[in-house]
Design a protein around this ligand. Sequence first.
Ligand code: TRP
Ligand code: ZN
Length: 500
Amino acid sequence: MRRLNFARSYILIAVILAFMVGCTGTAVPSLTTEPPTVVVTEPPVTPAVEAQPGAAGAGDSLYPNLGNGGYDVQHYTLDLTVNDVETADLSGQTVIEARATQPLSSLNFDFIGFEIKEVTVNGQPAEFERNKQELIVTPSSPLAENESFTVEVRYQGSPGEMDSIAIPIQTGWITFDGGSFVLSEPDGAASFYPVNDHPLDKASYTFRVTVPDPFEVAANGLLTETIDNEGTTTFVFEAREPMASYLATVNIDEFDLETSQSENGVPIRNYFPTGSPEAMRRPFGRQGEMIDYFGDMFGAYPFEVYGALVIDTAFGAALETQTMSIFSKAMIDPTQPEGSESVVAHELAHQWFGDSVSLADWRDIWLNESFATYAQGLWTEHIKGPEARDKWIKDIYAYVRENRQSMSPPGEPTAERLFNAGVYYWGALALHALRLEVGDENFFETLQTYHERFKGGNARTADFIAVAEEVSGKELSAFFDSWLYNNDLAAIPALGLEAK
Ligand code: TRP
Ligand code: ZN
């Protein structure tokens, strides 16, 4: 049976909560493209080029093994029957609808553990072999370029232990006393379904999850069906907008469901463990206001629904799982209502930056984390005014200056410490410095244009810089070099902030 590795988890809590506590009263945060270009040449008649195996990686500069090449997934259907929640023993059937981007003799998925019962391609039994996290599927006849095809994988077992390559926390499908949850960033998705595990290949999802009564399931998107099978219940969720694989989440517990909507009409549904005290729910009370406020700042909320889910176990993380961010209950501290609300703002802001506009390369993680962190500062500004925001910036500046040695410059994280504080705080300072450099109007127009142009797809740091230059009419390469790639923390003279 799997349990959270608490020792490791607490490393993260330490990083996160220490800062949250150190800055009480300032609402300083706790830590918590284009689609792949396909050159359409000819209709799939006789393949002119000989079919080749698809690449075993998607070409990521930090994690070359993540993802695969040679095809583009449109839709995943995960049909999971959880026989025992505590041991996570499950029977799985994942159907992948995809299109070949080259003539394929074989193709890879990322998939860890389980006993694989059968793999079919277009309904025909296919051969498969496994090599670490790679599942290599050889269809009975090659796939032509541009051909649409369906792969079905049937499997049985329990998701295995998964120590993330990027963060000192367990990722993937994790059980706790009384339920289970899924947190996958960046590499945990492969621990429960066969997947092209890189944000470059976004797809829509259907989740059909069957659990023993009285358990309930909460996954991304909209609950479209609840089927009573007498003794077990099947919950069907549709996540119709393109989603990166690490954002897929399946949570099992008994929940109180609370629904509402923002003034502008975005539906909200929150899942709290049954009987959660009011203090646990309060930090989520202003999500509707936040959705509409960020909508004004960044562009309309990009998905059909939002909400939060609280995991009934304590560890130091929250994750921006698409349409339904999930929070360990340790991140919601009733004695720190402002800090907790700030984390809520952080995960919500990721729906624009990270979820709708996704990374093309993990090295650009600051495009997710710095933006979500800066959004916490914007929320502070919104509710308390510019002076409170300036104090927030100054506190962060002091924190980065003092802890510089434990951080990487925001544009240069290492593979082992992808989520180091540099990509959160130092990068948030970079965004505020940009705002001061180009002025409020250009800055917010830059954020909106960037979201508008890349929503539903992927972007790189160069894309963001190009938008900032286009909107402001300024040449900004020296500015971004000094903030993203320089080992020394740059100054913010307008606020009297200097590193030395
Ligand atoms: N993206 C998360 C945040 O909002 C941090 C994070 C990265 C994370 N990987 C994770 C959280 C894995 C939980 C599990 O800051
Ligand atoms: Zn984040």
